[in-house]
Design a protein around this ligand. Sequence first.
Ligand SMILES: [Ca+2]
Ligand SMILES: [Ca+2]
Length: 522
Amino acid sequence: MKRLNLIYLLTVFAFIFNCGCFLQEANAQYKNVSKWPRGVTYEIFVQAFADSNNDGIGDIKGMTSKLDYLKNLGVEGIWLMPINPSPSYHKYDVTDYYGIHPDYGTMDDFKNFIKEAHKRNIKVIMDFVINHSSNQHPWFKDAAKNPNSPYRDYYVWTHKDDPQTKKEGKPTGADSDNTQHWHKVAGSDYLYYGYFYDGMPDLNYDSPKLREEMFKAGRFWLTEVGVDGFRLDAARHIFPDERPKDNHQWWIYFRNEMMKAKKDVYLVGEVWAPADIVAPYMKGLPALFNFDMGFAITKAVNEEKAGDLVANHKKIQDFYQTVNPDYVDAIFLTNHDQNRIMSAVNNDVNKAKMAAALLLTLPGSPYLYYGEEIGMLGKKPDEYIREPFLWEVKASDKSRTTWVKPKYTTEETVKPEAVQMKDKNSIYNHYKTFLSLRNTSKALTYGSLQPINLNNEKVSAFTRTQDSESLLVMHNLSHTSLTLNLPEQAKGYQKVYFKNKDAKVKNQEVVMPAYSTLILKK
Ligand SMILES: [Ca+2]
Ligand SMILES: [Ca+2]
């Protein structure tokens, strides 16, 4: 306990002295009001994050040693990309639903990681990839060579004369461009269904035996291992495209089964699609990723125009609320499947900081992608948006992984975390400041959203209100300083709650330097 108090005090002081911009009453306490899943979650590609045994591959022990780093950043949850045994580097094709990939460590390592995370009030969710297995999974290997295999029914088969095998499929969304969904097995007259590619045969959710098998695996991680929930990959592909209602129903069923093992299990689904397709999934999945918002923020920041970013976000939120009032809107800038935000804004650190400021002041439950907070760069192909995290300068970086030779995030382009920590203007300290800002404010964490029109397209302005706390948030997205008059709608917001870059307010006039943020309270 003593140690925790000390960390807490140090955090308070570091926070006050670092930015000197969080203007609260002198006796006000720095106190977290956010409660996960409404706090900030951090996505980790284990292979690239932190190495503990000097083999160049990130592992669970390495990750465990960085929990204090994540705690200090203000993170309350961790999402792990797949950790099960798999033949691929990314591990989205599983060969054992009960194991840990040996490169990453052992089950004991993982249980210890969860214990240490929970000690710090950090939740752990893991990718549970159940739409498909690997074609190297023992179930599939047996099913493919033997039509009478007990696992035959775990996959989806059809005869080569079936006309649908000749049909060119169409990709459903941005998550795949594969159009050949039926794949041959050498020496057999039967083909199997694999939505993504032949290495990922789809599991057959029309089979009660398969369904029970996957429930069993899910319950294992929740009860035996102790994870807090799952990120569910390819959530709209469980059943084929023409059966969306079966997909919606499936997740209600799945959630009920998982709740038998863990009442408060957290599930966040990947449905990479516009809001009208996402919405029906909310009945089963309490949290879904909001892909639209990340795109909208990136566009606004790049064009230096607020546009209808806030109004659209509110429209989507209001719509989702009609489907499930308790839903969690999982917002993010980019994830492991997209070019990194710093590259998406053409390496412009001011724009990357503005994207973060928007993400962390708008409603939703923010997800950060590892390395985003140090401004890591990265463009597709996928390996290069999943490059090694830079902890220290290369010569003294014992945790740095070498799993891939980086093309974008190198010693020359990105300052490592340890260096940025000491620089009050670094992107790292910008993230840390905005995480603290959000975590300590009920209005920013839970508050309702109202767009405010300042008659200037360069400024994104909105209020966030929760109970008696109401904040007027203004971001100058542009490279020029602006002087604005607050409209009638914003009357009464007079006191500075937060500011950076010398933004100021006097009476109803606001001065906002380029790329600044100003938050006023009543
Ligand atoms: Ca290692
Ligand atoms: Ca499927």
